[in-house]
Design a protein around this ligand. Sequence first.
Ligand code: ZN
Length: 95
Amino acid sequence: MTEQPYKRPRRFIAGVVCPKCNEMDKTVMFTNDEGDEVRECVACGFHQTYAQHAAEEQAQQELATRVTPAGKTVLDEGEQPLKIIGFGTVDPKQK
Ligand SMILES: [Zn+2]
């Protein structure tokens, strides 16, 4: 038995585009010494642990959910209740 410390099982991930050089099907995934899954691009050398990738995606999702609802819908819905409240304050005098 020969120990080969640098030969870890690597598998290519089909259809994955490298975020750095935009090459497709150049990304391999393997597990490092800490047990983290690591993506590495064989074309440009870009590598990222799964934890880093997950943190990055979460940050992007939080940005997206904050921007979209606040920018569009809130303005439209905000105007309608104002008219209804104004109409309601006139009503009691008529009764
Ligand atoms: Zn790359």
